[in-house]
Design a protein around this ligand. Structure first.
Ligand code: G3P
Ligand code: MG
Length: 244
């Protein structure tokens, strides 16, 4: 297995895969990102009604599948035939919602990393989503770099207690005054921040505490270069070639 983070250069994590060039969170977008050279892809993981971890960002299937239905009300057997490529382009006629396991198999094939963002459809599903995802992730943990993150702290705490080998990333969309104690109690390796939070004061506090700092979502080259010069270690980007 490759080293976890290569910090000799900016870490680029393809956000939902190469989603500017292929439908987001699909095997097509993930393979393309790996083909374009990134070491990491990011995906959003949610449970179907019957508890299968699948990759989808929104709770509703309207934006990507044109179905007015919520993911947590559908069994996998129904969901597996939904097309999530046509919203992007008519060329994607057979593009389906991947199971988490399918992405992990793809990552093994390319020998690259996966950032699995646990994204429960409702906050009360945080533990179930963590548990069911771990069932899928466990066989891969020593085979490829896997980084689990979530906005739901309960999901991360579940991982810390039940899956001690898993590396965790702590996500912040707004500045949490309790970030330091939470990240420490999770033994997080990285902090994933909305790029707007990364002013010099916040960044120096994060770096002084020894964390890898990743900014999301950065698609502007000049902005990425400024953040890198300030000490940010890497970027979630819709463009896998952001800094090439
Ligand atoms: O994990 C980083 C980023 O993906 C968080 O925001 O809404 O794109 O999942 P979102
Ligand atoms: Mg995400």
């Amino acid at each position: 297995m490759k080293e976890f983070f290569d910090i000799t250069k900016p870490i680029i994590i393809a956000h939902r895969g190469a989603n500017l060039l292929a439908p987001e969170n699909t095997l097509e977008a993930f393979s393309l990102a790996y083909e374009m050279g990134v070491d990491w892809v990011e995906c959003d993981v949610v449970l179907t009604a019957d508890g299968i971890p699948v990759i989808l960002h929104d709770r509703s299937l309207w934006r990507t599948a044109r179905k007015r239905v919520r993911i947590d009300t559908l069994n996998y057997d129904v969901l597996k035939d939904y097309n999530v490529g046509r919203y992007f382009s008519k060329n994607y006629k057979h593009t389906l919602i991947p199971r988490l396991q399918e992405l992990l198999e793809l990552a093994v094939k390319y020998d690259r990393g996966v950032n699995i963002e646990i994204k429960p459809a409702m906050p009360e599903y945080a533990i179930a989503t963590a548990k069911q995802s771990w069932q899928v992730i466990a066989p891969y943990i020593d085979r490829i770099p896997i980084l689990v993150s979530s906005f739901e702290e309960a999901a991360l705490h579940w991982y810390r207690e039940n899956a001690p080998k898993v590396k965790l990333g702590y996500l912040m969309s707004s500045w949490h005054t309790h970030w330091q104690e939470t990240a420490k109690s999770l033994n997080a390796v990285s902090i994933h921040c909305h790029e707007k939070l990364l002013n010099p004061k916040h960044l120096s506090a994060l770096k002084l505490s020894g964390y890898i700092v990743l900014a999301y979502t950065v698609n502007d080259v000049a902005h990425a270069q400024t953040l890198w010069a300030m000490g940010v270690d890497g970027f979630f980007s819709d463009d896998p070639k952001l800094l090439d």
